[in-house]
Design a protein around this ligand. Structure first.
Ligand SMILES: [Zn+2]
Length: 256
C-alpha cells in the first residue's frame, strides 16, 4: 500500500541532493523549548522587568540595557548547553554524507547541526555558542569565556582584551540577518540544485524560511513536511508526515 511515508521514503532514496529546512521542533526532541526566533522561551509571557521578550531581546534594548538582554541570552545559552543534538540531527548529517550536495537551512541557534556533523549549513539566526566583542576583534566561545553558561557572572560579560561589550553571534529582534548566511541562501535559491525539500519542525513564520518552499513548488520539486501540526507551509507540501521530528526522520531514512 502506498502511504505518504512510503512515497516520501521512495523520494529520499532516489534523491541526489536534499534541502533540509529545520526549526524549533527538531530541537524540541533534544529537550529545548520550542521558541520563535531567539525569544520563545517566554512566548506570550512578560519578562521579570515587564517587557515582552521580543523587546528584552532586541537590538535597541541591548544598546540601552545590555544587562537585561544578556539575562535572557544567558538563559537561552544555558538551555542550549544542557541539551544535546538528537537522532534527527544525526540522520540529517548522515544523509549529507550520503548525498554530498545536501544542505541545511536552520532557524535554530543551538549549534546542534554543526555538532552532529552537518557541513553545508546555513544558520540564519546565528549560533549562541560563538561570542565576539563589539569594540575590538576579540572572539571566543561560550565554553571558553562563560564556562558554557554554567557559572554565575556579572552581566553583561566584558571583553578580556579591551573591557568592551561581549555578545553572542545571534540575530536579535530588529536586527538584519547575517550577510554571509543570506548570500549563501540566495545563491542556493537562484540555482535550487535540489531534488527535494524536507521541512522539519518549523511553523515557518519567516519569509526566508517560506521562500525556498515556494520556489520548490514552482519548480515542481517535491516538498516533505515533518510536523505534528499544520504550519504556514502545509498547503505547499507534497506529503505531510505528522509526528515528532526525530521519530519521523528516522522512519523516513532508515526504512528508505
Ligand atoms: Zn574587546
Amino acid at each position: 500500500m502506498t502511504t505518504p511515508l512510503s512515497s516520501a521514503q521512495q523520494l529520499i532514496k532516489s534523491a541526489k541532493s536534499v534541502l533540509f529546512i529545520t526549526g524549533a521542533g527538531l530541537s524540541a526532541d533534544s529537550g529545548l523549548p520550542t521558541y520563535r526566533g531567539v525569544g520563545g522561551l517566554y512566548e506570550g509571557q512578560r519578562t521579570d522587568e515587564g517587557y515582552a521578550i521580543e523587546t528584552a531581546l532586541s537590538a535597541s534594548m541591548f544598546r540601552r540595557h545590555p544587562e537585561i538582554t544578556w539575562k535572557y541570552l544567558w538563559q537561552i545559552g544555558s538551555a542550549c548547553y544542557q541539551a544535546k543534538f538528537n537522532q534527527g540531527h544525526t540522520i540529517i548529517a548522515e544523509i549529507e554524507k550520503n548525498k554530498p550536495n545536501t544542505w541545511v537551512l536552520t532557524q535554530n541557534i543551538d549549534g546542534f547541526h554543526h555538532q552532529a556533523g552537518s557541513k553545508n549549513l546555513i544558520e540564519i539566526h546565528g549560533r549562541a555558542e560563538r561570542l565576539y566583542c563589539l569594540d575590538c576583534d576579540f572572539q571566543s566561545t561560550a565554553e571558553q569565556l562563560l564556562a558554557n553558561y554554567q557559572q554565575t557572572i556579572n552581566l553583561p560579560p566584558q571583553c578580556p582584551q579591551c573591557g568592551g561589550l561581549i555578545r553572542p553571534d545571534v540575530v536579535l529582534f530588529e536586527e538584519m540577518l547575517p550577510e554571509k548566511a543570506l548570500s549563501q541562501l540566495y545563491q542556493l535559491l537562484e540555482t535550487m540544485p535540489f531534488d527535494m525539500v524536507v521541512v522539519v519542525g518549523t511553523s515557518a513564520q519567516f519569509p526566508y524560511i517560506q521562500q525556498p518552499v515556494v520556489i520548490a513548488k514552482q519548480l515542481a520539486i517535491p516538498v516533505i513536511e515533518i510536523n505534528p501540526i499544520d504550519s504556514e507551509l502545509s498547503h505547499l507540501a507534497t506529503y505531510h508526515l505528522r509526528g515528532g521530528a526525530a521519530e519521523m526522520l528516522t522512519k523516513l531514512w532508515k526504512m528508505a
